[in-house]
Design a protein around this ligand. Sequence first.
Ligand SMILES: O=C(O)CCC(=O)C(=O)O
Length: 303
Amino acid sequence: MLFHDSLPLLRDRDFASLRRRGEDDGYLFFRGLLPEQDVLRVRADLLRVVENHGWRTPGQEALDDRIDLEALDRIDESRMRTDIGVSAEAYENVQKLQSFHALPHHPRLIDLYHGLFDDEVLVLAMKIARMVTAHHAVATTPPHQDFPHIQGSRDTWTCWFPLGDCPRSMGPLSVLRGSHRHGYIPVEPAPGAGGLAVRLCPGEEQWVEGDFHTGDVLTFPCFTVHKALPSRFRDRIRLSLDVRFQPASDPIDEKSLRPHANLDWEEVYADWTTDDLKYYWRHQSPTLATWDDKYKQPGPRIC
Ligand SMILES: O=C(O)CCC(=O)C(=O)O
């Protein structure tokens, strides 16, 4: 089944219908929500990091996602961020990019979540870039829910978008339609980002997918089961962002206010040219939630 485009409803500012569709399907997909140039600027910045680490040919066209897999594959697993797809050092350099942190605050995204929540929006400070490669230690993201990993508000929505065209052959996300209605689903260990997979029951097969173009956005609540499709290309890097949004009045886990790397915020901010987004969440005085490890413990599922 292919994604249903909800951009016409957003253009009509019909948030009641968008909320209803989100409740029915467990996802919303928007064709061309973000301006291409804004997305491609971040793509170029990430590819520059990839180039600086020697995994591209120097002088390669700025937006070209082909990589030197042989060079990347020489990196020992212990130095890899296998949940991301490149080395920990490269990922730290991405986490320091102002453009990467700024894009999720795009007015079109804030407007969308403001309408969905009918509340002030809190963008979780922990923002994630995936730089998925065919490195030998990297596995395709398994079917999972975000709630065990993020916790905090049960009204958190994940926003996933590729930094460039990402047809199904390149391994974008796919969602299990209606799966959010089950609430929390017990997990088991699995290879791939997050290290946990939900236990699916026979018949839970309504996977929805699509070819993404630059600017397309997929969003879903934190109980929707989703996974990545496998990439057919060993010599290309799949670049995407996943960022979370919640009503500002809801509690948030403290981890979501930290960088998604072994860095503190001052290290992240070291080369930023403006201050407006530094510690922005402090102005919203978020309430802290209590983390519960039980959601990450493997458990049985009765089908
Ligand atoms: O991009 C991926 O492969 C994983 C992203 C994901 O699972 C998420 O956004 O929750």
